[in-house]
Design a protein around this ligand. Sequence first.
Ligand code: B1M
Length: 209
Amino acid sequence: MSVESVFQAVIDLDPAKVVADVNAEIAAGTAVNEILNQGLIRAMDVVGERFSAGETFVPEMLMSAHTMKSGVEVLKPYLTGEDVKKVGTIVIGTVHGDLHDIGKNLVCIMLEGAGFNVVDLGVDVLKEKFIEAAIEHKADIIGLSTLLTTTMCVVEETVEAINEAGLRDSVKILVGGAPLNQDFADRIGADGFAPDAGAAGKMARELVL
Ligand code: B1M
């Protein structure tokens, strides 16, 4: 048994085996980050490569997402620390036009572990909704996620709308997702960029502390 087995179970679209193998790896003392990165996330990268190559299609991508989520659920208690002092509130979502949520959900887990009260607005979130929720929950940070190059412009438009709503004195903006980078974040005037979920937790703390 190794993380290779977790990886293969995601590729085989077998959620029950993913749950069993992740539990077995935890019991064997394998590092949680290794199970996540080398088992679950690596499998999603392979699924994406096969989709790009025309070898798999949207239904398989959807099923692999469902399969991966079952593994993340098992890991969740190990990723969130208990008794972490609350440091602030973050309103987060995947921007309008984008339905990807696995990465954003992992970011939510790591933000909770980093001490944040997380208000998750889900996927396909309109810019107005981010603004309303930030006001309602007195957010310290708004987190914007996207996985599609076609919705990078929506991230920019959402930042502009937050600026126009006059929230920037009280709210910082954190952006992330595979097509984004630090240069993009700087160009659109975001306060922070994080390449992965662990970095998102660290960056969010830097923004408020
Ligand atoms: Co889609 N999809 N997908 N997909 N999908 C990608 C993203 C793609 C790269 C696949 C490919 O072609 N190789 C490609 C995008 C290409 C591009 O834009 N250049 C793509 C496409 C094209 C599409 C559709 C357009 C396909 C179609 O319909 N023809 C369609 C779009 C639908 C829409 O959103 N409107 C589509 C649909 C789907 C499904 C619904 C079937 C499913 C998503 C299910 C779900 O999420 N519930 C799906 C999946 C599963 C994928 C891949 C295979 C896996 C995504 C994933 O979960 N990765 C993906 C290929 C890939 O990523 N390799 C692909 C694992 C996850 C842990 O990583 O999301 O990058 P990631 O998150 C990371 C970081 O990015 C970062 O931290 C996370 C954790 O470490 N991060 C943040 C993310 N958000 C952050 C926010 C932060 C900070 C960090 O601060 C706020």
